[in-house]
Design a protein around this ligand. Structure first.
Ligand code: F6P
Length: 544
């Protein structure tokens, strides 16, 4: 039988929040802002370059006090300290969880099994920097002596989304004379599109996989080798056109990549927390080692804030607690991430894995089924595009959709009045969502009576506004660390293991069972359910 642990929903702190919820659930943001004219100045937090305004949430100062008490009861600080101390808090895999060590400055000490991992982190960073410099300067050439002009990252999940998102975010800092592409899907169209116009003699593949066994990545890597060798002819070309990022040296060698050209990381780095490890190699080649290190410094600044600030003023913790308030008390199912900076076009997709693979769990750390809601569905796209697509539902639909608005004050490129128009929308949307428009206001505009209900905005839709001076490697690191620690805080309160991902295994296994049935030359005996059997038969009939 699974070990018992205090159930968070049975604690007096949780009950106090339930009672508080009953008392405050109908409070309207209009009223709260009228009652307290300073709300927008006081319900704010700062950490590094991040400014969080959480005043447009359906909560009072008492809510925050009660949520902070809940966090203390749940032992969020204890678990945080255990993480920073290198304890094996990923209990199902018996691993430490030390992405924070990836950005620890030289000289800091973080022990795993009694060994300081920080010097190793810096050894690999230096190796990455040396390699990146050689590729960027042209000193590293391809097999035929041509300069490398294209870098293709092959990876999936955490070995793709992080470098891809950060490359998009920091494109303006990237080496524009080079082309960077990312291939993840086992769908051959992805590989084909990424390579169709590239010259193999000028192309470097970074095969990024923690395990080096992932079906999609290994399939794409094999196709890449064939694609390159078809033109370059000689097996020796692999050494000049393929490098690996992995924890698994044996598999890397088995694939045929010289382990000299392997950049390692460690089992205490989770895939979705790995882009500031060697998994970020393609990003480092794009933006250069100095900018990469600046990004790590940004991560570290927020790590330090998270590690030391009291819960009341701990920005990622407060963000996490606000999420708990909607998830567990209001029953919200999702959270929208809405960056008002087009360079953050992949940010929501990145956070989907970070949050949903971490906190999409239904058993607690002891293996008992939980009967409280855990991780939310994360979604979103950059504003203002979403405003002309799905914001209608947020404004006037029947669902409660908490949203994070992320804005940057200084644009990378000044173009007419674009930036002010963008930011006017960044300010206007949370305002409209919070305060809405009453029927009386609609009537006063002269709207015909029958249209008044359609043009009324109920308001009271909660948002956080995160304002950053500008998007740089450093502030990107800060933003990502903020969300990493938000996700941590929530997982700690729900008493789930945010660091494993067993849920992805079953589908992988079933797919491997089906592969021979698709490959079979003659009609195979199928023993699946009737739906799967029929779909496979139809596919076999139609595919050619
Ligand atoms: O399938 C899920 C997952 O294990 C992710 O957690 C991980 O980021 C991704 O696959 C890729 O794994 P790898 O880096 O080992 O190829």
């Amino acid at each position: 039988m699974a070990e018992q642990h205090e159930r968070i929903v049975d604690t007096p702190e949780w009950k106090a929040l339930e009672e508080h919820f009953e008392r405050t659930r109908d409070l309207h943001l209009r009223q709260m802002f009228t009652d307290d004219a300073t709300r927008g100045d006081t319900m704010v937090l700062e950490a590094g370059d991040l400014y969080l305004d959480y005043s447009k949430n359906r909560l009072t100062p008492e809510t925050i006090t009660l949520l902070v008490a809940l966090a203390r009861r749940a032992g969020v600080e204890t678990l945080r300290d255990a993480m920073f101390a290198g304890e094996k808090i990923n209990i199902t895999e018996q691993r430490a969880v030390l992405h924070v060590a990836l950005r620890a400055p030289e000289g800091e000490q973080i022990l795993v099994d009694g060994v300081d991992v920080v010097p190793e982190v810096h050894r690999v960073l230096d190796k990455m920097a040396g390699f990146s410099d050689r590729v960027r300067s042209g000193a590293w050439t391809g097999h035929t002596g041509k300069r490398i002009r294209n870098v293709v990252n092959i990876g999936i999940g955490g070995s793709d989304l992080g470098p891809r998102m950060a490359y998009e975010a920091l494109k303006d800092f990237s080496e524009r004379s080079m082309t960077f592409r990312f291939v993840s899907n086992v769908d051959g169209n992805d590989f084909w599109e990424a390579t169709r116009d590239l010259d193999p003699a000028e192309t470097l593949f970074v095969v990024a996989s923690k395990t080096f066994t992932t079906l999609e990545t290994m399939t794409n890597a094999r196709s890449a080798r064939e694609w390159a060798l078809e033109k370059l002819g000689d097996d020796a070309a692999v050494a000049k056109h393929f490098v690996a990022v992995s924890t698994n040296a044996e598999e890397v060698a088995e694939f045929g990549i010289d382990t000299e050209n392997m950049f390692e990381f460690w089992d205490w780095v989770g895939g979705r927390y790995s882009y500031d490890s060697a998994i970020g190699l393609s990003l480092m080649i794009a933006i250069g080692p100095d900018a990469f290190r600046d990004m790590l410094a940004g991560f570290h600044a927020i790590d330090e804030h998270f590690r030391t600030a009291p819960i009341e003023s701990n920005l990622p913790m407060i963000l996490g607690l606000i999420g708990i308030w909607y998830d567990n008390f209001f029953g919200a199912e999702t959270v929208a991430i809405l960056p008002y900076n087009n360079y953050l076009s992949k940010f929501s997709a990145y956070l989907q894995q970070l949050d949903m693979e971490s906190d999409g769990k239904a058993v607690d750390r002891q293996g008992n089924a939980v009967d409280w809601q855990t991780g939310p569905i994360v979604w979103g796209q950059p504003g203002t595009n979403g405003q002309h697509a799905y914001y209608q539902l947020i404004h006037q639909g029947t669902k409660l959709i908490p949203a994070d608005f992320i804005g940057t004050c200084r644009p990378a490129h000044l173009l007419g009045d674009h930036q002010n128009l963008l930011m006017a929308n960044f300010f206007a949307q949370p305002q409209a969502l919070a305060f809405g428009k009453t029927p009386e206001e609609v009537v006063a505009e002269g709207v015909p009576a029958e249209q008044v209900p359609h043009r009324t905005f109920a308001g009271n839709h909660p948002t956080n506004s995160v304002l950053v001076t500008e998007l740089t490697p450093n502030t990107l690191g800060q933003l990502v660390a903020m969300y990493e620690h938000k996700v941590f805080t929530q997982g700690a309160i729900w008493n789930i293991n945010s660091f494993d991902q067993w849920g992805v295994e079953l589908g992988k296994k079933l797919a491997m069972d089906i592969v021979p049935e698709l490959d079979a030359a003659t009609e195979p005996d199928l023993a699946h359910d009737s739906s799967t059997n029929a779909l496979i038969r139809r596919y076999r009939r139609l595919r050619s």
